[in-house]
Design a protein around this ligand. Structure first.
Ligand SMILES: [Zn+2]
Length: 317
């Protein structure tokens, strides 16, 4: 039996797994992503989290046949470098993450894009396993996308799948990417939070920030949005309605180009809000679908929080 490691490097957490030949998870660990320092500090936290998962599986990291890493930012898989991972501390320049991890883990490391590896995991083991062409839409802090066509990940020149920056309104709201009218400017959690704060400051009533304070959170995490929606909080309902409309337009536009068999909805908000919201996005897509007589189904990702790390482990399978 050979064991593989997988590391999902996110803006808020580092999730690791150890899996066997059947992709069964034998060990897992989670650590917060460092918010200060720089890439070497992030790498050290990744090494610690991988070590913890390996220990749980009863092995050393050197016993793992390989470790795959799903990372944000620009990935050069050949050189093992990550460039401009904006959500990570001090990570604007290029950092040789692969070699740094290999030294400490004492095993080969493969790098991939975080959203793409999560999409691969869903395509091979999750919601998309009965389909050969899928589009993954990861609705979280931002809105990421991954593409699998005829069973093969489509990476473009390395930057494919940036579905969050499909334009849904010319000259529209400013996106965290600095451009205007992107889908993410209406649907990404970071943008939603900024918008909610603006409207709250202007006097619109909302429980969102009260719920956040009660939960000791300075961010409007997915669970806080879900709680506000359950209470029928008017501002949360209004902003999420607009987010669903933006997702409908953006995902339908990409679907018109790719004509995939299935849309898989993942990400913090996507998984938390679940199938009822996947259904709402499917309904919001309909007016924009060219072939509207056979709309693609929209299903929630099945691998949940571990999808990114399991997908990363597949980089070496
Ligand atoms: Zn954008």
């Amino acid at each position: 039996m050979t064991l593989r490691g997988g590391i999902d490097l996110g803006g808020t957490k580092i999730q690791t797994v150890v899996v066997d030949d059947e992709n069964a998870v034998l060990g897992q660990a989670r650590r917060p992503t460092p918010t200060t320092g720089g890439p070497p500090d992030v790498a050290a936290a990744m090494v610690a989290a991988m070590g913890e998962a390996a220990e749980q599986a009863g092995v050393k990291t050197a016993d793992l046949v390989r470790v795959g890493v799903g990372s944000p930012g620009g990935i050069d898989a050949h050189a093992g470098t990550v460039t401009g991972a904006g959500n990570l501390p001090g990570w604007q320049e290029t950092f040789a993450l692969g070699p740094a991890l290999e030294d400490e883990l004492e095993t080969p490391v493969a790098l991939g894009n975080d959203v793409q590896v999560a999409t691969d995991a869903e395509a091979r083991l999750g919601a998309g396993r009965d389909h050969s062409s899928i589009l993954g839409v990861f609705w979280g802090t931002g809105v990421g996308g991954g593409i699998v066509l005829d069973g093969t990940p489509w990476l473009g020149l390395g930057g494919a799948g940036e579905i969050g920056h499909v334009v849904v309104e010319l000259g529209g709201r400013r996106c965290p990417c600095g451009r205007h009218g992107c889908m993410e400017a209406y649907a990404g959690r970071a943008a939603l939070e900024r918008h909610a704060r603006e409207l709250h400051d202007k006097g619109e009533k909302t429980e969102l920030f009260k719920i956040a304070r009660k939960r000791d959170s300075d961010r409007l995490r997915s669970g806080i949005w879900a709680a506000a929606l359950e209470r029928g909080d008017p501002l949360a309902v209004k902003l999420i309605k607009k987010a669903v409309e933006a997702l409908g337009a953006g995902v339908a536009s990409v679907s018109n180009v790719l004509d995939v068999e299935l849309i898989v909805l993942g990400g913090g908000l996507g998984v938390r809000l679940g199938q009822p919201y996947a259904d709402r996005i499917a309904a919001a897509m309909l007016p924009h679908l060219f072939h509207d007589y056979r709309p693609p189904p929209v299903k929630v990702a099945e691998l949940g929080d571990l999808g990114g790390a399991i997908g990363a482990s597949l980089l070496c399978a």
